[in-house]
Write a protein that binds this ligand. Structure first.
Ligand SMILES: [Zn+2]
Length: 466
């Protein structure tokens, strides 16, 4: 018997509504059926194609998985289709080539290429990656391969189909990691990337493709993205964030805005537009890199700007295209929730940590992060329900690799967090494995990220109990 594989794209669902707002601009609402969250949105630099990932689950916690979808905005004929490609965990936004004829995107199996000329997405580079960027001329692809103890930054030539450069960077950051932001400079030969080779900061480095030289641009950086004619980044100093840009080839930067309280930077359909979001409050701003003007657009789960300057915002399974006056669909998940939560660790979290450590027989645990220093978009740290443990009984969790007694202590902690009599942790990620609500999950990248700390999120449905 022969099975014929479904050819081309499966039209998943579309449901489009177009209305004119008070200002007379058209507002389009698209509902994507059978999904609960939409993330990592990438509008094409030309035309009306938008790629995004969507999941049947709410985006929550350190692991957000979904599949790639394509939205074609074409008035009443707009459509949304789920593309035939493997599932993707914590993917970066896809990247488009210059003329919008091809796009590259991450999956758990490898980096795929989508050609707009037709056909199924094709596997280009096997293996899980993290972070993806394309050079402004569309010839080079850059991405990270996350490994045990070290990550590799790879630059790949799309026309020669070969690796141009590889840099190995030690992994020493002992808290949750996210982003692996990458941005090419307008010269196509300089790459900027955030690295995890310090224990409690994430420096921004400049990687020179011609010489292979690496230099530190900023000692602590939250995000980096390509703008029009410059690379923009968020620098952190004494807990204050500022927005800076690198204009020339030397890597020197100048201040764009001080007291810039946002966490992420992502380029829109045109490099002119860069979107920045505060992970804790979901407050979002648009940066016009032609003028460096910053405009607030309110709270959104996710947002981008199309190449023609129109705004695209997301609320659960609903996409709204237009401007800030367009009405967005109300969604059950309240974006105000995080605002109301305490900045400090919640009493119930402290109580759970004490109970867990006690059940594990640990004399002491060192908590390296509660609600501070966080870099993961949907993390439960923001609500005070997560902790990162970097030391058990005075010894570093990373030593579990080589020291059997540390390995045993770590295992006891993780076993206690899976024990119903203690309360089964919602997230329990560490050297002894990855567990979600007590069920083991497999994800090599997430596993490598938790070799040097244990991330615990308290059980769901736990009350304060007093
Ligand atoms: Zn954590």
């Amino acid at each position: 018997m022969t099975t014929i594989r479904k050819v081309c794209l499966t039209v998943f669902c579309f449901c489009l509504m177009t209305v004119a707002n008070a200002a007379g601009q058209q507002c389009s609402n698209v509902h994507v059926a059978n999904v609960k969250s939409i993330f990592a949105i990438a509008p094409s630099p030309v035309g009306r194609n938008v790629l995004f990932y969507a999941s049947a689950e709410e985006a929550e916690g350190e692991l957000v998985s979904g599949n790639l979808f394509r939205l074609r905005l074409n008035g009443a004929d707009s459509s949304v289709a789920k593309l035939e490609a493997p599932n993707a965990s914590n993917p970066s936004s896809p990247v488009w080539n210059l003329d919008g004829s091809a796009a590259y995107f991450e999956t758990d199996q490898g980096i795929y290429q989508l050609s707009l000329a037709g056909g199924l997405p094709k596997l280009l580079l096997k293996g899980a990656s993290a972070g993806i960027a394309i050079s402004p001329d569309g010839l080079l692809l850059a991405f990270w391969r996350v490994g045990q103890g070290a990550d590799s930054l790879i630059v790949y030539d799309l026309s020669k189909h070969s690796e141009v450069r590889t840099w190995k960077v030690q992994d020493r950051f002992d808290s949750d990691k996210s982003g692996w932001d990458l941005a090419f400079a307008p010269d196509n030969y300089t790459l900027y990337a955030r690295t995890y080779d310090e224990t409690s900061s994430t420096p921004l480095k400049r990687f020179d493709l011609a010489s292979g030289k690496v230099e530190i641009v900023s000692p602590d950086c939250y995000a980096v993205a390509e703008g029009k004619g410059a690379v923009y980044f968020i620098a952190v100093s004494d807990a204050a964030k500022s927005l800076r840009k690198i204009v020339d080839a030397t890597g020197r930067s100048s201040l764009v805005a001080k007291d810039f309280g946002y966490d992420s930077l992502s380029t829109g359909g045109s490099p002119r537009w860069v979107v920045s979001r505060d992970y804790r409050t979901s407050e979002t701003v648009i940066l016009d890199t032609e003028t460096d003007a910053i405009k607030s657009i309110g709270k959104h789960e996710s947002a981008t700007v199309l190449s023609d300057g129109r705004l695209l915002v997301v609320s659960g399974p609903d996409i709204t295209v237009g401007d800030t006056s367009c009405k967005t669909r109300e969604h059950a998940q309240s974006l105000d929730r995080r605002d109301e939560m305490a900045m400090a660790m919640l009493p119930k979290t402290q109580k759970y940590a004490e109970k867990m450590a006690g059940a594990a027989g640990a004399n002491n645990i060192n908590i390296s992060a509660t609600t501070n220093g966080e870099r993961v978009p949907e993390s439960n740290h923001y609500t005070g329900e997560s902790i990162d443990i970097n030391k058990v009984n005075g010894l570093r969790v990373i030593e579990a690799e080589t020291n059997p007694s540390v390995a045993a202590d770590v295992r006891s902690i993780q076993n206690a967090a899976n024990n119903p009599s203690v309360g089964v942790a919602h997230e329990n990620y560490g050297p002894s494995g990855l567990f979600r609500d007590g069920h083991q999950i497999t994800n090599p990248t997430l596993q490598y990220q938790h070799e040097n700390h244990i991330h615990i999120t308290i059980p769901r449905n736990t009350n304060d109990g007093n």
